[in-house]
Design a protein around this ligand. Structure first.
Ligand code: AMP
Ligand code: MG
Length: 495
């Protein structure tokens, strides 16, 4: 296996990281290796012993070309600034080239203490490792930009959380592990040269298209803002709640990162919160777009000295771009939800009218505890003319008649479209998943692994989520919302 890591981050200098090695674990065991991603990274594990792979992906064996490090960053956590965070339980191994150009950064998470561990043990429990593996890979298959999971291992050690739990290590891959908080770290120290060095690094690695812009840092900021707006619009379209959108958990590359207490909604609720630590609902479903722009405003503050020589000019340039976040988000929201309902932008219908139609669907879903994913999936089966198939949609609503008027309005709106039923259904099915990683299923996977050392449910759920838009024979129970005794009310970050 050719783990020829490059490490261009190292050249940024000592203030950006601590060079450190993973702390070996007692008895690593391979849970899974992501062959699809491995192939993209040119990693062939054919013929390699599982023990060797477990040793590599636990950090027990480090490739000789690898110069591992833990990155420094700061961050606003639930609105409060913490100047000193950093990789407290993650270690960056370096970059691997992608077969079709570009590179991904590779990191072990759960690999031991670093300078940034504060009071933490530097470890991860097995449950959150399995969660992150399933959720991040599901997000990828759902076409949402995300960090990926390359491997997961058990450690043969226990970690002390609210009780003793088995430990794990996940190997993650990302376009970048640099966060909004990475810029804040230097900005708060008044270290503009380091902010500039970081911006240049990010441009080189992730936004080469802005390199030749008149004002590259401004162009970088604009690109980051637009990517983030699109990302959050995609979350909203899948009922995804990140749960801990602190500035240290917002990737500069516009990827979903740090799968802690995140969750996909079952029944639709505008203000849904799952995270046990989000007591004020700061990161509730409906608040995510606002929190996105809040975080990006913190990024703007960090970048201000790079945007213009004169502070007022810098502020007005940044403000203009932040305003574009809002319009871009709204456009993405509208086009995404239109597509979910089989609608396209047409001249005869004002965007505000479509917005009202779509919002009223969500309203009715909320009033009737309709399952978010099943509602859109079932809507994708309906025809332009009412028929007995409507029953399947109606029964998702606590009061089935509550959706009748809306269906009439939807069909009136459909009459402006030119697509045939089957074409429209195919389009809708390509954006409305059948399967999402539901909380109760993740919980069942974790219980089996933790309590019975049984990884069968993990592999089975992972396989279903590899094709989330495809109905799979015999997998109906993966479509279903939780039974009353399976409902997960709270999710935990497990740190
Ligand atoms: P998170 O909530 O995972 O985004 O983590 C917030 C901060 O706490 C980051 O700096 C992490 O590296 C650090 N952290 C979380 N869990 C641990 C742990 N078990 N040991 C050391 N540091 C941790
Ligand atoms: Mg984090």
């Amino acid at each position: 296996m050719n783990l020829a890591f490059k490490n261009r981050y190292l050249a940024l200098g000592e203030g950006f990281y601590e060079q450190c090695k993973p702390t070996p674990v007692a008895e690593p065991g391979l849970i899974t290796f992501n062959h699809e991603l491995g192939a993209e990274l040119g990693l062939s594990v054919q013929g390699l012993d599982e023990h060797f792979l477990a040793a590599v992906f636990s950090g027990n064996v480090i490739h000789e070309a690898c110069e591992p490090l833990a990155m420094a960053y700061a961050g606003h956590q639930f609105g409060h600034f913490n100047p000193q965070l950093g990789d407290g339980r993650a270690i960056y191994l370096g970059e691997l080239d992608l077969a079709d150009g570009g590179a991904l950064d590779i990191q072990l998470k759960g690999s031991g203490r670093t300078r940034y561990s504060r009071n933490g043990d530097g470890r991860a429990a097995l449950g959150p490792v399995l969660r992150e593996y399933l959720l991040s890979e599901a997000m990828h298959q759902l076409h949402v930009p995300t960090t990926r999971a390359l491997a997961a291992v058990t450690t043969g050690e226990q970690v002390a959380r609210e009780r003793l739990l088995p430990g794990g290590v996940i190997t993650r891959a990302a376009s970048s592990f640099i966060r909004v908080g990475s810029f804040q770290y230097f900005s708060m120290q008044g270290d503009t040269p380091s902010v500039k060095a970081l911006a240049d690094y990010v441009i080189e690695r992730n936004y080469p298209e802005v390199r030749d812009a008149d004002n590259p840092c401004l162009a970088l900021f604009e690109s980051v803002v637009l990517r983030q707006a699109s990302l959050i619009a995609q979350w909203m379209q899948l009922g995804f709640i990140h749960g801990v959108m602190n500035t240290d958990n917002m990737s500069i590359a516009g990827e979903t990162i740090d799968y802690g207490p995140c969750a996909f909604m079952d029944f639709y609720s505008h203000h849904q919160v799952y995270s046990s630590i989000d007591r004020q609902g700061r990161y509730a479903y409906s608040n995510q777009p606002n929190m996105g722009v809040w975080n990006l405003s913190r990024l703007a503050e960090a970048l201000l000295p790079l945007l213009a020589e004169d502070a007022d000019t810098a502020v007005s340039l940044a403000t203009e771009i932040l305003e574009r976040y809002i319009t871009h988000y709204e456009q993405q929201w509208l086009s995404g939800f239109r597509a979910k309902c089989g609608l396209t932008a047409i001249a005869a219908v004002k965007p505000e009218e479509d917005k009202m139609l779509l919002e009223s669907l969500l309203e009715i879903m909320a009033e009737n505890q309709a399952d978010f994913t099943l509602t859109f999936y079932t809507l994708s089966q309906l025809t332009a003319e009412p028929n007995d198939k409507d029953a399947a949609l109606r029964e998702l609503f606590a009061q089935p008649e509550a959706i009748d008027d809306w269906l009439v309005r939807w069909r009136q709106r459909l009459s402006f479209e030119t697509m045939t039923d089957s074409k429209r259904q195919a389009c809708m099915q390509s954006v409305n998943p059948v399967y999402i990683p539901r909380n109760h299923q993740i919980e069942a996977v974790i219980r089996a692994a933790e309590d019975h050392n049984d990884f069968g449910p993990f592999h089975a759920l992972h396989e279903v989520l590899q094709n989330p838009f495809q109905y799979q024979q015999g997998k109906d129970h993966y479509m279903l919302p939780p039974a009353p005794d399976e409902v997960v009310l709270q999710t935990f970050c497990g740190t």
